[in-house]
Ligand binder design. Structure first.
Ligand code: MTE
Length: 319
């Protein structure tokens, strides 16, 4: 397979991120290059609202955002599922604070059924895209939910550049495998590396986001730095973190959770209050920071945008 390393010359000027945004992002990266995650320091929080000062300037506000009240920055960055570090939700914030190791380059490979495969350094990968802020509801299969101001760009924009061919029916995503940096990978909790998949039309849906930040700042390790998926109408486990590979494939990929529990975790994993998880109901959810539970909405409230993707399917069978 052809591996191509991009150079700045291959990117047209119209694709280059607004200079102010980019310079600002580089300044942030440099300030954290010594392994100190500045955003974890109390000084980076403004006393008034306990939210961090934005790193990305001039972010476009997406019209796809919800008006729901935001979950606090503290909860978003301290209550996490990231099994590569721990199965304890409070542990990734402690164990992943220096992840990824800034002295190692982060490379993302685009491969499989596409005309423009390549291996990209993280900065080269994201430079062509315009970053926006999108406030999305995020629902975990375990029954809790959050509302998060993500920073990212549509996965569709990256897919269009990769030019998938007619055999590309699905997209498979893979997380980094590096037990030295991710201590949880030395335990056989899941079949590492973590993988996930989307049907190509799900991947192309405008709601599907490749996220590089939240609350106006670079992603922290515990939230899936430096780049992760956010698919707001699906349970949170589809939103794979710390991506190193995006592969276009003809057959439906087997995800880490499908392998771990095929009766409990299907490929589609749409938020569906009418289909119980074998061990609990999916009908209600607890928004983190709220006391009373609320009713869960079909497709997490994004039905208008995505219900058509599944109109010909029996969602009790394709869960
Ligand atoms: N991605 C990887 N690589 N490893 C994980 O353990 N957990 C998933 C998803 N992506 C997970 C992952 C689950 S179960 C959830 S609910 C979300 O990440 C949590 O994202 P958050 O911690 O940023 O809220």
């Amino acid at each position: 397979m052809l591996i191509k390393k991009t150079t700045a010359n291959e990117i047209t000027s119209s694709e280059i991120t607004d200079h102010k945004v980019y310079v600002n992002r580089r300044q942030f990266l440099n300030s954290t290059a010594m392994g100190v995650t500045a955003s974890l320091l109390p000084l980076s929080l403004s006393a008034a609202d306990n939210t961090p000062k934005p790193t990305f300037l001039d972010l476009q506000k997406s019209t796809l955002s919800t008006d729901d009240k935001l979950t606090s920055y503290k909860d978003v960055t301290s209550y996490n599922n990231f099994y590569e570090f721990s199965t304890d939700k409070y542990a990734p914030a402690l164990l992943a604070s220096n992840f990824p190791d800034k002295s190692k380059p982060w490379r993302v490979t685009i491969e499989g059924e596409c005309d423009k495969p390549g291996e990209y350094d993280y900065d080269d990968l994201i430079r062509p895209f315009t970053l926006e802020e999108r406030i999305y509801r995020f629902r975990c299969v375990e029954g809790w939910s959050m509302v998060i101001p993500w920073v990212g760009f549509p996965l569709a924009d990256l897919i269009k550049r990769a030019q998938p061919n007619s055999r590309a029916k699905f997209v498979e995503f893979t997380t980094l495998y590096d037990p030295e940096q991710m201590p949880g990978q030395s335990r056989k909790v899941l079949d590492w590396p973590y993988t996930e998949g989307l049907r190509i039309d799900e991947a192309m849906n405008p709601l599907t986001l490749l996220s590089v930040g939240l609350y106006g700042q670079e992603l922290l390790g515990q939230n899936g730095a430096p780049i992760r998926l956010v698919v707001p109408w699906k349970y949170g486990f589809k939103s794979i973190k710390s991506i190193v590979k995006i592969r276009f494939v003809e057959s439906m990929p087997n995800s880490a959770w499908m392998k771990a529990g095929p009766r409990e975790y299907g490929f589609y994993s749409n938020v569906n209050p009418e289909v119980d998880h074998p061990r609990w109901s999916q009908g209600r959810e607890r928004r983190i920071g709220e006391f009373l539970k609320r009713k869960t909405q079909m497709f997490n409230g994004y039905g208008e945008e995505v219900a058509h993707l599944y109109s010909a399917m029996d969602l009790t069978k394709h869960f």
